[in-house]
Design a protein around this ligand. Structure first.
Ligand SMILES: *[C@@H]1O[C@H](CO)[C@@H](O)[C@H](O)[C@H]1NC(C)=O
Ligand SMILES: *[C@@H]1O[C@H](CO)[C@@H](O)[C@H](O)[C@H]1NC(C)=O
Ligand SMILES: *[C@@H]1O[C@H](CO)[C@@H](O)[C@H](O)[C@H]1NC(C)=O
Length: 248
């Protein structure tokens, strides 16, 4: 019923008018998948999330190519559905971008958990997997991490003092993180971090003492600075995570 209605609307869009209404939501593209032993994502995704990138959103994750945007696309959430009505569920799957990935004219290289969400049932999913690459349509959706604040993960490559490298986890809504700055807590001297790759930012010789960060984000209405409630203690250590006390 719902599917028939959507198809009729789709036909209406192709044949007739209302381009604004019709183009509002989904973009047509293609998607494929990669294999993992447990069906979840990979901990080595280029966004730099580590194991979080394997398990976030139930392991429904993907690498992207055009949507990579020099790493700003990391952490963005999409609804993806395939378009063959005899094999594909009408809602498809949600997923989180955790990696770079390019296939044969694809926008998404999906984890098995994400790709399996495309099929109507397990038989259909098996057939989709045999096809390898399928026609899809996608739209950006808000990421939702209910009850969870944004967390600063200190990368294992960091050393205190001398080298400070981080990724942000649980960035919700439809927010792009464009820049991060650091200051010694209480000072008003902000120093930009460098985007290393993906979602990883770093700085050599960070200020000593406890650290304040601020994030320049675009949640759909232009660039704004967001300031965490919590500072990072002076004894910050590689591999540790610190709750910012805020969500976007
Ligand atoms: C599809 O998504 C809509 C909107 O989010 C939801 O109301 C509906 O229950 C979903 N249907 C299925 C089969 O998951
Ligand atoms: C899967 O869905 C297809 C299409 O609706 C149906 O023909 C088939 O019987 C289903 N298979 C299973 C195992 O439910
Ligand atoms: C780090 O410092 C905080 C206080 O700022 C203290 O509560 C915590 O125990 C210290 N952690 C370590 C591992 O020394």
């Amino acid at each position: 019923m719902e599917l028939n209605l959507k198809r009729q609307i789709g036909l209406f869009c192709v044949l007739l008018i209302l381009p604004a209404l019709c183009s509002a939501a989904f973009t047509k593209s293609r998607a494929t998948y990669y294999s993992t032993s447990d069906g979840l994502g990979t901990p080595t995704g280029r966004c730099g999330y580590g194991d979080y990138g394997r398990t976030v959103d139930g392991g429904r994750v993907a690498g992207v190519s055009n949507l990579w945007r020099d790493g700003v696309g990391c952490g963005v959430c999409y609804q993806v559905r395939c378009t063959n009505p005899s094999l594909c569920s009408s809602n498809g799957t949600s997923l989180v971008v955790t990696d770079y990935g390019a296939g044969d004219r694809t926008d998404f290289v999906m984890s098995p958990a994400a790709f399996s969400g495309l099929g109507l049932n397990s038989t259909a999913t098996d057939q989709l997997k045999k096809l390898g690459t399928v026609d899809i349509e996608y739209q950006r959706i808000p990421c939702s991490y209910p009850g969870q604040n944004i967390v600063i993960k200190i990368k294992e490559s960091s050393t205190n003092p001398g080298y400070f490298s981080i990724v942000l986890l649980n960035v919700g809504g439809t927010c792009d993180v464009d820049a991060i700055q650091v200051s010694q807590s209480g000072s008003n001297t902000w120093i930009p971090l460098r985007r290393v790759d993906g979602a990883v930012f770093d700085i050599s010789n960070p200020p000593s003492g406890s650290l304040s960060l601020r994030f320049q984000v675009d949640c759909g209405s232009g660039l704004v600075w967001k300031v965490p409630k919590n500072v990072i203690p002076a004894n910050w250590s590689a591999g540790a995570t610190y709750d910012t006390g805020i969500q976007f």
